[in-house]
Design a protein around this ligand. Sequence first.
Ligand SMILES: Nc1ncnc2c1ncn2[C@@H]1O[C@H](COP(=O)(O)OP(=O)(O)OP(=O)(O)O)[C@@H](O)[C@H]1O
Ligand SMILES: [Mg+2]
Length: 265
Amino acid sequence: MTSKPAIHVVGLTKSYADHQVLKGVDLTVPAGSVYALLGSNGAGKTTAVRILATLLKADGGTAAVDGHDVATEPDAVRRSISLTGQFAAVDEVLTGRENLVLVAELRRVPDPGALADELLARFDLTEAAGRRAATYSGGMRRRLDIAMSLVGDASVLFLDEPTTGLDPQSRIEVWDTVRQLAGRGTTVLLTTQYLDEAEQLADRIAVLHEGRIIADGTLAELKQLLPPAEVEYVVKQPSLEDVFLAIVGKTSSDSPNPTLATKDA
Ligand SMILES: Nc1ncnc2c1ncn2[C@@H]1O[C@H](COP(=O)(O)OP(=O)(O)OP(=O)(O)O)[C@@H](O)[C@H]1O
Ligand SMILES: [Mg+2]
């Protein structure tokens, strides 16, 4: 591992027609860390991930992944990364095992069948391995999709809302997998709508809002942005959700305190 950041983004801009989605995004993701990118629907998380994964061109700014510029060295970037997109890349005509073997063959893994079987077992899909993916539940499809992105040992993994639609048990399995990968030195950039997911997994958290990163840091650093909230006679530390809602300027409707959303204890 190097001390060079795995992802380094400066002043990234992107518009769709006259709608400017990214207005100058700056982001530095240390190698080997798990980094969570939070933002409301439409904030531009998927847009940013697609630019970093070389699927979309930025209008301005620079972005480097694993030391390679996404605009000028896209092939080198693609060799370093793996992406699980927000919408599953699973081929529904193939069985779960066939999907994995296909990706393993494309990535020139020495023994595609053995790796497929190992990943099927790890994601609790062994029993369903021989069934067409079209017959899988949403959660099974998601697990297969993530398993496919783990083929080939990428050094930087992008997970765009990896646990949306998963049941609690499957979410925990995905979290464990992310932790294992991080333990082996893989850098993980994940987007999520689940603030507890960011609290659980991320070494650092960034909030994308109105085209810019408006806050980033460790959970402890973000919590310092707000004073502890007083709820009746108990002093309560703000949760990440409180911090998030306060900095993006929203309050939950049932909050007794208009400046701070607090969850029930
Ligand atoms: N291909 C496109 N053409 C036009 N507008 C687009 C396109 N892709 C995204 N947008 C718009 O850009 C904005 C950001 O979209 P993006 O998908 O990056 O957001 P997101 O943060 O990933 O949202 P979500 O949480 O819903 O996944 C949205 O307003 C969206 O409608
Ligand atoms: Mg998205």
